[in-house]
Design a protein around this ligand. Structure first.
Ligand SMILES: Nc1ncnc2c1ncn2[C@@H]1O[C@H](COP(=O)(O)OP(=O)(O)OP(=O)(O)O)[C@@H](O)[C@H]1O
Ligand SMILES: [Mg+2]
Length: 602
């Protein structure tokens, strides 16, 4: 939860969002002012009826009064309706603009933000919080109407009886005092309710995405208990907020009720003294009742604003963030290349609030080499890949691609040259075709077909009812884990990046398929640099170089034969790997190194 609570800053931001709409709303404001004027007229007609028309017993005058009231009501309704239509459009416009702004920022924020904030929390901010704030945008015309009404009603009251107005003024002061007293409690209870809402939404997001897993783990009741706790906490927080709002409103209305009694008592005396007519007292009372409306609206708007402030804070918590990885002022565009030399020089890196993962690591990957990065879980392999793709910046040292410090390269140009595929391939719920074209929208059908063949997906696509126009389901759920990985590999093939980082990107494939596909991949990308990260190290004995990482430090480095001969960590891992991963009877040809690589080794 953000801990910013600068109300002035929130207001400034909110005003900036509403400002462009206000310009379009001049018409609406004029309508509002006119409808407020209409608001002023009918008590005066009522006064005229009581003081003049009724005592005169003149039917024509009575008809005139009724027709006058009819015209007033019709105009008020018309103006009000048009004003509301304009208002609804503004709310949608406001939500649309804020959502785009928020999504744009989320898209630019770096991996540290995305890895720290749950999806449900982000979703809550983009949907619920934005809606809350946009709804509040409609309060701007309402606030203006309230102010106009207040002004006109007070003016009319002053004209009717100036002294009586002074009985009303303390009402306003009492109202301000009550609002000041409740401000902090209202805001705190609103923030608590929204925070709990965010937690509940995060949990639901996680849970609904993994209901099948939950069933397989027999954890349904445990998950329901957790939800009960979270939803209960949210319900308590919302009840508490509503209680505070009701108390606030009650105190406010009580003050107004006491004021009304005072006005009626004092007004009655003014009538006895002849300073006010009966019609005047009735008109004054009607105005007083109408003063309640704007006053209560003010209270309501105020309560809403405290609620909305919590939403604004949560939106600003995102929009004000600065991406930790961003283009520096003098960033240069990396030219699009076919190959990439990668160097990590004396790199030290730690995730936020964690001990260092890599310490003074130096690694040289010559252009075009195929290397394997192996090591125990948690040794820092993925972290190295993330630093090369610049998902994070190293705290110390330099990461270079083709001689350029990645921190001085424009991110867009770096990502065009460096492609990182992770184990969990996320596909979008679109067609296979669209998923493939994401990285290379101009690819021809022939190129697509070749890529599909290289990753052994062509047969599957031929069998699908709509071929490569078949939708892949939410997050690619209509494909198997291995097929999802194949789609990602085909996408990378189409992209042909200078540096391809495969972080366990073939882990869901069976060993023979993996061998064949890696072979195809190396053939299709002969000049590209490829870094394979894998636990199945038996698949990578043919690569140019194997780097063994242990607790963030390079333990060994060399070819398969060199490292086996050394009898160190790699030899031990290879022995274990061959026990656990090698298929019992591997097909002869799949055990052979890819032809061009074996030639190079010669
Ligand atoms: N986003 C993160 N925030 C904090 N710590 C992290 C984060 N990602 C990884 N770590 C920690 O950094 C260390 C290195 O993680 P890394 O993912 O690089 O290991 P790895 O070698 O890829 O492991 P594996 O083989 O299991 O994938 C681990 O101790 C891990 O807990
Ligand atoms: Mg990893």
């Amino acid at each position: 939860m953000p801990n910013r609570s600068n109300a002035k800053q929130d207001l400034v931001w909110f005003a900036a969002q509403v400002k462009p709409l206000l310009r379009h709303q001049i018409l609406s404001i004029l309508l509002i002012a006119s409808s407020s004027l209409m608001f002023l007229l009918d008590p005066l007609v009522l006064k005229w009826m009581v003081d003049v028309v009724l005592p005169s017993r003149d039917g024509r005058l009575l008809t005139l009064a009724v027709v006058g009231l009819l015209i007033i009501y019709a105009c008020r309704l018309g103006l009000f309706s048009v004003g509301r239509i304009i208002n609804f459009r503004s709310i949608q416009q406001l939500a649309f603009g804020m959502r785009l702004q928020l999504l744009d920022k989320i898209n630019r924020l770096s991996a540290d933000f995305h890895e720290a904030m749950p999806i449900g929390e982000k979703l809550y901010r983009v949907e619920q919080d934005v809606d809350q704030v946009a709804q509040f945008g409609s309060f701007v015309p309402r606030l203006l109407q309230t102010l106009f009404n207040l002004l006109f009603v007070v003016l009319a009251m002053a004209l009717l009886n100036f002294r009586l107005l002074f009985v009303v003024v303390p009402l306003l002061l009492v109202g301000v005092c009550i609002a000041a007293r409740y401000q902090r409690r209202l805001r705190m209870s609103s923030e608590a309710a929204q925070e709990r809402g965010g937690l509940q939404s995060s949990f639901l997001q996680d849970h609904l995405a993994s209901v099948i897993q939950v069933q397989l783990l027999n954890r349904e009741s445990g998950q329901t208990d957790t939800f009960r706790e979270l939803a209960g906490a949210r319900m308590d927080a919302v009840n508490q907020r509503n209680r505070v709002e009701v108390f606030f409103g009650t105190w406010y209305m009580a003050a107004i009720a006491v004021g009304t009694l005072a006005v009626l008592g004092y007004g009655g005396q003014q009538v006895f003294a002849g300073a006010l007519s009966i019609g005047g007292l009735i008109a004054f009372y009607t105005y007083l009742a109408r003063l309640f409306d704007p006053l209560y609206s003010t209270v309501d708007i105020y309560a809403q604003f405290t609620r909305v402030q919590a939403s604004i804070s949560r939106i600003l918590d995102i929009t004000e963030r600065v991406p930790s990885v961003r283009d520096c002022a003098h960033a240069v565009t990396l030219p699009r290349q076919n190959t990439g030399a990668v160097r990590l020089i004396d790199v030290t890196f730690a995730y936020p609030m964690r001990p260092p993962v890599l310490s003074h690591l130096t690694l040289d990957i010559p252009a075009g080499e195929k290397i394997a990065l192996v090591g125990m879980s948690g040794s820092g392999k993925s972290t190295i890949a993330k630093l090369i793709a610049r998902l994070y910046d190293a705290q110390q040292g330099t990461v270079q691609v083709n001689g350029a410090d990645v921190q001085n390269a424009k991110l867009k140009s770096l990502r065009a040259n460096v492609c990182l595929l992770m184990q969990d391939t996320i596909l979008f719920d679109r067609s296979l075709n669209e998923n493939l074209l994401l990285a290379c929208p101009d690819a021809t059908n022939e190129q697509l077909q070749k890529a599909l063949e290289a990753v052994e997906l062509a047969d599957l696509v031929a069998r699908l009812p709509h071929g490569w126009y078949a939708r892949v389901g939410a997050r690619g759920s209509r494909l198997s884990g291995g097929e999802r990985q194949k789609v990602a590999l085909a996408r990378a093939l189409l992209q042909k990046p200078a540096v391809l980082l495969l972080d366990e990107a073939t882990s869901a494939l069976d060993a023979p398929s993996e061998q064949r596909i890696l072979h195809n991949l190396s053939q299709h990308l002969p000049s590209q640099t490829i870094v394979f990260i894998s636990h199945r190290i038996s698949s990578f004995y043919w690569v140019d170089q194997i780097v063994v990482l242990h607790q963030g430090v390079i333990q060994e480095q060399g070819t398969h034969n060199e490292l086996i001969g050394k009898g160190g960590m790699y030899a031990r891992l290879a022995r274990m790997g061959s026990l656990s991963d090698e298929p019992s009877a591997p097909p002869r040809e799949s055990a052979l190194p890819p032809p061009h690589l074996s030639m190079r080794a010669d």
